[in-house]
Write a protein that binds this ligand. Structure first.
Ligand SMILES: C[S@@+](CC[C@H](N)C(=O)[O-])C[C@H]1O[C@@H](n2cnc3c(N)ncnc32)[C@H](O)[C@@H]1O
Length: 204
């Protein structure tokens, strides 16, 4: 896992990062953060909080990580291979418009969904948004794919509320780069799955 700021690679002090994340009353973890715009937005909106963005693609994160405030942390990592120490850090877990292996993890991989549980603290909120185009590429309709992901997240213990159908207006209002892109694209449809973590975790 690499910590980056622009094109620079910073030393990643994992124990310090985890300590800071757990000590903070608001710690966002954005998986598949893309260009990191949402992470930078939350870091500016909550200067006393911590916002961590993880994406597999380093290039994506370069621009925002150069300009974001100090309480925004950008990490390059595969969400399927996060370090074991990264547990119980997030009060808010966001996965917004996933594609590729991040999306298939939510659709088809119970172990990946269970790993998401280990990332959050008690009472954490969960925000997953999936879009029609990415699900179509993965062989699912928007409705069936969103229902499958919802069911997988419920199965590992997240409490999911009623899904919300998003059209162009909601996508435009979503403060991520892909939200805007999808709003003006060919298939401006998404489903937002809001939830939180209430359950007790099994001690393994
Ligand atoms: C459609 S983009 C959405 C980006 C951002 N969330 C947004 O809304 O603008 C999907 C992102 O998921 C990332 N991604 C896909 N699979 C991943 C994985 N296994 N681990 C980490 N990131 C992944 C991609 O690199 C890409 O940046």
């Amino acid at each position: 896992m690499l910590r980056i700021q622009g094109r620079r690679c910073l030393e990643l002090d994992m124990p310090a990062l985890i300590h800071r994340a757990r000590a903070n009353t608001c710690t966002l973890l954005d998986l598949g953060a893309g260009d990191g715009r949402f992470v930078a937005h939350i870091a500016r909106a909550y200067p006393d909080g911590l916002a961590i963005g993880i994406d597999a693609c380093r290039e994506n994160l370069i621009e925002q990580s150069r300009r974001a405030p100090e309480n925004a942390v950008f990490l390059v990592a595969n969400a399927h291979a996060l370090p074991a120490e990264l547990t119980e850090i997030a009060t808010r877990l966001a996965i917004t418009f996933p594609w590729g292996s991040l999306l298939t993890g939510l659709l088809d991989d119970p172990a990946f969904c269970a790993r998401l549980v280990s990332l959050v603290r008690p009472g954490a909120t969960l925000e997953v948004a999936v879009n029609g185009g990415a699900l179509a590429e993965a062989g699912w309709t928007l409705e069936a794919g969103a229902a499958r992901i919802r069911s997988n997240l419920c199965a590992v213990g997240f409490a999911l509320r009623t899904p919300l159908a998003w059209g162009a207006a909601e996508l435009r209002a979503c403060p991520t780069t892909w939200g805007r892109r999808l709003a003006f694209g060919r298939d401006p449809r998404a489903v937002f799955l809001p939830g939180n973590w209430k359950g007790e975790k099994e001690m393994l």
